[in-house]
Design a binder for this molecule. Structure first.
Ligand SMILES: *Cc1c(COP(=O)(O)O)cnc(C)c1O
Length: 458
């Protein structure tokens, strides 16, 4: 426990610490919420409040907090070999074991992995590896990668370029050349009069239109998250991904499934692509890969790509000091072993997903809730001024921010994306804790409705 008081921690924080995705002036005025401890799905802040972590940290703490086995794996590895690199024809046991484990749990086309320190680095690696692949195939003109507006692929220059977050593009002159975007499959906002199934097909076919417009021989790859996470838990209509797969096959372009959130059981399958039935050529992974206990990511590379890289020879001039960090790899091995031994993915699929969906759907009755979405242990609520119109509040984002703060005040973390409330709790959450999560979000919705009435927002 820190010996510093909350006020002192907040003062030092405001004085010295630049936070990610934060308005530092606003934070300094308000003071950071300081989390000091956690156990299971419960966080404790510096004032001793217990908060149910409905977001598993940042989507990563799949196994919950306080797993001794993960801490011990790191401790043992740090004493045995805290660091060595895998450049210059070196390797170490934890990275080798993790590579092998990953090929057991990922779809069968994957037999190789490139390790990184994060999901963003995995996506940077993807950009360079995809372009190298097409160079080796003697089609260097194929260098354009298609992403989606409101997709999220990380915060590095390449990651933010692949993503379609306009406020990120505005800071730093992004996207970099060779990355273009198509619209997202967000029926609630963009579906108009179309049924979700019709809209899913139409959204997917924008990829084909864009490919034709740019020239099919210039397109290297398409990247998407199976379910957009940071964009607002946008679950595409069932028609979307099969059509994307068909288009990628038709034009012979690589399909990249960014599994940084959906991977390792979040959707009730090991990987999100397995839920939607796609066969990706590349899969960036991170987050739940180590349950967030240590930073690690990777790029799964399918045989179609790996065989070319390996058979043609030549050095891939890319890598990070912490690619395959021994302690992070040891934790990831332990994490995968727990997921398998405790059958956590199967439990999400067969028990928790259905229970969570039924409980979360009860919130649809609330006057503020215009749509409820769930898949596996992902949930979203669209907050709207009037049902059943699919229309948003005039000042988009204000209601979400109020609701998020009221969630925390009511002892639950739920994130606001504009006016969409989202949750992604640890995969080890119990049915009783799901009840508690839904009850607390429900109370926050009631208080949000009062606030809206008082402020006369519409
Ligand atoms: C979080 C995230 C990333 C970036 O991962 P970092 O570890 O934060 O760099 C990439 N893709 C998706 C889908 C993510 O959710």
């Amino acid at each position: 426990m820190s010996r510093l008081s909350t006020a002192e921690l907040q003062r030092l924080d405001a004085a010295h610490y630049l936070h990610p995705f934060t308005d530092s002036r606003q934070l300094a005025a308000k003071g950071a919420r300081v989390i000091t401890q956690a156990e299971g799905v419960w966080l404790t802040d510096s004032d001793g409040h217990r908060i149910l972590d409905g977001m598993a940290g940042l989507w990563c703490v799949a196994l919950g907090y306080g797993r001794r086995e993960l801490a011990e794996a790191a401790y043992r590895q740090m004493l045995e070999l805290p660091y060595y690199n895998s450049f210059f024809q070196c390797a170490h046991p934890p990275a080798i074991e993790l590579a092998q484990r990953l090929t057991e749990v990922t779809p069968p086309q994957f037999r190789h992995v490139f390790f990184t320190g994060s999901g963003s680095e995995a996506n940077d690696t993807m950009v360079r590896l995809v372009r190298r692949y097409w160079q080796l195939r003697e089609e260097p003109g194929r260098n354009v990668i298609v992403g989606r507006w409101n997709g999220y692929h990380g915060s590095t220059v390449a990651g933010a370029s692949l993503g379609g977050m306009k406020p990120m593009h505005e800071q730093g002159g992004l996207p970099i050349p060779g990355i273009v975007h198509v619209n997202q499959p967000y029926w609630f906002e963009n579906g108009g009069e179309l049924s979700p199934a019709e809209f899913g097909l139409r959204a997917a076919r924008e990829l084909a239109d864009r490919i034709e417009e740019i020239g099919p021989r210039r397109i290297a790859a398409f990247i998407g998250e199976p379910v957009q996470g940071a964009g607002g838990v946008i679950i595409p209509p069932d028609t979307y991904w099969p059509e994307i797969q068909r288009i990628c096959d038709h034009y012979g372009i690589l399909l990249v499934s960014d599994e940084v959130i959906c991977g390792f059981g979040r959707t009730g399958q090991w990987f999100g692509c397995e839920h939607f039935g796609t066969r990706p050529d590349l899969m960036p992974i991170a987050k739940a890969m180590s349950s967030g206990y240590l930073p690690i990511g990777g790029l799964m590379v399918a045989d179609r790509v790996a065989d070319v890289l390996i058979d043609k020879g030549g050095e891939f001039t890319h890598g990070f000091t912490y690619s395959g960090h021994p302690a992070a790899c040891a934790v990831s091995v332990a994490c995968i072993d727990i997921l398998r031994r405790e059958k956590i993915v199967e439990r999400v699929r067969d028990e928790l997903a259905g229970y969570f969906a039924a409980r979360w759907r009860t919130l649809a009755a609330h006057p503020l809730v215009g749509e409820v979405r769930t898949l596996g242990l992902l949930g979203a609520l669209e907050l709207v001024p009037a049902k059943p119109d699919r229309r948003f509040f005039a000042n988009r984002g204000d209601v979400g921010t109020v609701c998020r703060d009221l969630c925390v005040a009511n002892g639950v973390i739920s994130r606001a994306v504009r006016d969409t409330m989202i949750v992604a709790p640890p995969l080890v959450i119990t049915p009783a804790e799901i009840d508690e999560l839904v009850a607390r979000v429900g109370r926050a919705l009631d208080l949000t409705a009062h606030h809206i009435a008082k402020e006369q927002w519409h």
